[in-house]
Design a protein around this ligand. Structure first.
Ligand code: PLP
Length: 431
């Protein structure tokens, strides 16, 4: 009797354990990480940085040729930026755009003096700068008695951010899938070799053409000066606006403050972000007076955009970039890096198909899956970033020296050598 009772108790305990286990299994199946898993993150955590080097939580050193995707253009913990941020933190961080912000007035003046722009709106990010540009283009035509002109022509492979308007602007399936209905008002055309073909897409509803002077996510594809000129002429002929998205390619990355300055034309609106704050969230939408006039009081706003902390940093970053010799240094480093990359391409044609880009915004088109290249680079202590069209993006800090270029080239050479040796294996795996 006693035995049977014990057996029953044991059975009940087993049942309860089973129930608990199945509940745990279920929980594990459905559990979501506390950080929304929208990124396929690499399993390294950068703990701190110094100059052009990043260090992970285990103390491993990485030469940073990714720059947080073109953001940390002055490297990590630039002493002048550390001093600026420390001093500003003791003074004031945030007020409100309800009041004058002298730092905005100073930064806007300096950016205007060094670009086509007469006026600008400060944001916290690139997507917000592009949103502002889209609104501005529509409002410009509205104020000029042409409200039917609301559509913007954009290009295949372009990237303008992750808000609803900016994914609709890019129009790529991978960005828009599941987020419909899409905001109306974008006409997508191929990234033509001859931009004269864009004219066929213009209708009486077209408000603007928007393009990145160097496609970033789209695979480091520069728009030639001739093509920029053609786009400007098309816009002028049809009374529409030219918008340049320089979120990734601006702020010294291509050896000029803005990439459009390689050409003899200028846009009506320009979007900046990323390196403008060198790691502090900041963006800007720059415009001519003619276009900016449309953005009347109350037509746009932002709580944080251009707050005193962001402005202290933005002003210091711009002063550093505009200091004598800074952009010439970028040009020199670009020359050395590009020359070394061309040699690597000759040495490892089975891995590197081509080298393209401008300034310190360079791309290697590789024959293998870019994520395999990026992972191998991490093993070798080098941070690089993938992009569309099988491109590996090299976006080093603009403060790199010759020794860093040499170190990166040496690492890239080792990476290519190993990948080349592994090639037959990979091909066998694929077969
Ligand atoms: N525009 C371009 C050209 C970009 O490369 C990016 C980001 O990569 C954006 C816009 C969006 O910027 P953010 O991520 O700061 O919103």
């Amino acid at each position: 009797m006693k035995n049977t009772n014990n057996q029953r108790i044991d059975q009940r305990i087993d049942q309860r354990i089973d129930m608990k286990n199945s509940r745990n299994d279920k929980q594990e199946e459905t559990i979501i990480p506390p950080v929304l898993p929208t990124y396929a993150r690499l399993n390294i955590a950068i703990d701190h940085g110094a100059g052009v080097y990043a260090y992970d939580q285990n103390g491993k050193e990485y030469l940073d040729f990714g720059c947080g995707i073109g953001v940390n253009s002055l490297g990590f913990c630039h002493p002048e930026l550390v001093e600026t941020i420390t001093e500003q933190a003791k003074k004031i961080w945030h007020t409100s755009n309800l009041y004058r912000i002298p730092g905005q007035e100073e930064l806007a003046k300096k950016l205007s003096e060094n670009s086509f722009a007469d006026t600008m709106f400060f944001t916290n990010s690139g997507a917000e700068a592009v949103e502002c540009a889209i609104k501005m283009a529509r409002k410009y035509h509205y104020e000029n008695n042409a409200p039917e002109r609301y559509r913007i022509i954009t290009f295949e492979g372009c990237f303008h951010g992750r808000t609803l308007a900016t994914i609709a602007a890019a129009g790529q399936d991978k960005l828009i899938k599941g987020f419909g209905p899409m905001l109306d008002g974008f006409d997508h055309v191929p990234f033509y070799r001859d931009m004269a073909k864009v004219e066929t897409a213009i209708t009486h509803e077209t408000a603007a053409i928007m393009i990145e002077p160097v496609l970033g996510e789209g695979g480091i594809k520069p728009v030639s000066s001739d093509n920029m000129q053609i786009l400007r002429e098309i816009c002028d002929r049809h009374g529409i606006l030219l918008i340049f998205d320089e979120v990734q390619c601006g702020m010294g990355r291509t050896e000029k403050l803005f990439a459009y300055q390689h050409s003899s034309i200028s846009p009506d609106i320009l979007c900046s972000a990323k390196a403008i704050g060198a790691g502090f969230p900041l963006g800007a939408c720059l415009a001519t007076e003619k276009v900016g006039r449309a953005m009347t009081t109350g037509s746009h706003g932002s709580t944080f955009g251009g707050n005193p902390m962001a402005m202290a940093i933005g002003n210091k970053v711009l002063d550093i970039i505009l200091a004598d010799g800074f952009l010439e240094h970028v040009e020199k480093m670009s020359y050395d890096l590009r020359k070394g990359l061309m040699n690597l391409r000759k040495k490892y044609p089975a891995i590197i198909e081509l080298v393209r880009g401008i300034g310190l915004m360079l791309g290697l088109r590789v024959t293998i899956e870019p994520s395999v290249f990026v992972a191998k680079a991490i093993q070798h202590g080098l941070l690089v970033v993938g992009a569309s069209d099988n491109i590996i993006r090299l976006l080093p800090p603009l403060i790199i020296e010759k020794e860093h270029v040499d170190e990166a080239l040496e690492k890239l050479s080792q990476i290519c050598r190993e990948l080349e040796q592994e090639l037959p294996e990979q091909q066998n795996d694929e077969a």
